[in-house]
Design a protein around this ligand. Sequence first.
Ligand code: PLP
Length: 411
Amino acid sequence: MSKVKPIGPIPAGYVGRDGELAVSGVKARALVADHGSPLFVYSQKHLSSRIKTLRDAMPAQLHIHFAMKANPYAPVLSHMVGLVDGIDIASGGELTMAIKAGAAAKKISFAGPGKRDDELLAAIQAGVTINIESPTECDRALAIGAKEGLQPRLAVRVNPDFDLKGSGMKMGGGAKQFGMDVELVAENVHKIVAAGAHWRGFHIFAGSQALKADAIIETQAQTIALAARLAEEIGASPEHVNLGGGFGIPYFPGDTSVDVAEIGEALKSQLSVLPEILENTQFALELGRYLVGEAGVYLTTIIDRKESQGETFLVVDGGLHHQLAASGNFGTVIRRNYPAAIATQYDKRADEVVSIVGCLCTPLDLLSDRAEMPTAQVGDIVVIFCAGAYGASASPANFLGQGPAKEILLS
Ligand SMILES: *Cc1c(COP(=O)(O)O)cnc(C)c1O
């Protein structure tokens, strides 16, 4: 078995039943028989227990927001609305979905560069908080509010002068399209207040997909210090400070889970010694993949098994059009294997090396590169784990006329 590439760690909570992977007690073959293949399967139980773990670890007064771009599937979103304190959206389309899912406007905040006037108008009319990303966006929001006779709820997104160390995706520190540079914040807050709009506070998001508690703790401390510094400069206390998030999940060999207990303890002590100007501030974390990523799997059926120059390929009916991230084409520098398994041979030992490829006409459509798996045949079902975030909605479903995968939420 030469040239083997390891797969990432299979998340906790996925067990076999009669030799098959079962999600919420339902076996893979039955899921595919009832709902089709390829199929995204999400688990309510998994979502709820993740939130509970997080709440148990974090300071009681801290709010938890869900960044819905990680998984906007309506039943998942509705379930999350019932569990979290806020929904973070990044488009007018997500605004519509969040309201339809039952999120109260007061609990919605809208970030993202390039908000169109019609999106700003819809957000102001709905009464959601807009995280303002630039001075000109600030002017546009204030102008729309004035024209409509409405009072916009505006927070200022700050481009922090630091980044989240070890994060897979940096969204602060240096020149960025997100938020305003620190030097611009005070004058824009003054502008918001002078215009009679409702200044809500700050949104400070430094990065994504970090696994090291130390780095997250350091960033949170820097974020609170920056909020205090800006509040002093402005001369007013922010009602709300969104501390960002950035908690990652293990995708690759060697990755380990974020130690939320350690982060929670550190945050408890940080929030217990706040500078006076932040004493009445409500703090929030906004998380996407950490909340939903491990609560979903992608099931796809093997439709061909072939050899080429001594290597074995399992060709499945799904692919990168549903699993762009697992194929390594969604912001990864070096392609590595997501956790995967043969769902219908779940109790068998690995005894061969195979590449699991999708059905698209491109060599990029690789779900598992030379991984050790138990022998599988046509009709067996492959499972890709960590499919609950940035799967269905972050993949090019229309590529090659394939269309989207079905999604289901199990209890
Ligand atoms: C994408 C995004 C998130 C969610 O990131 P995750 O890595 O999924 O936790 C949170 N906040 C903002 C502003 C984002 O753009």
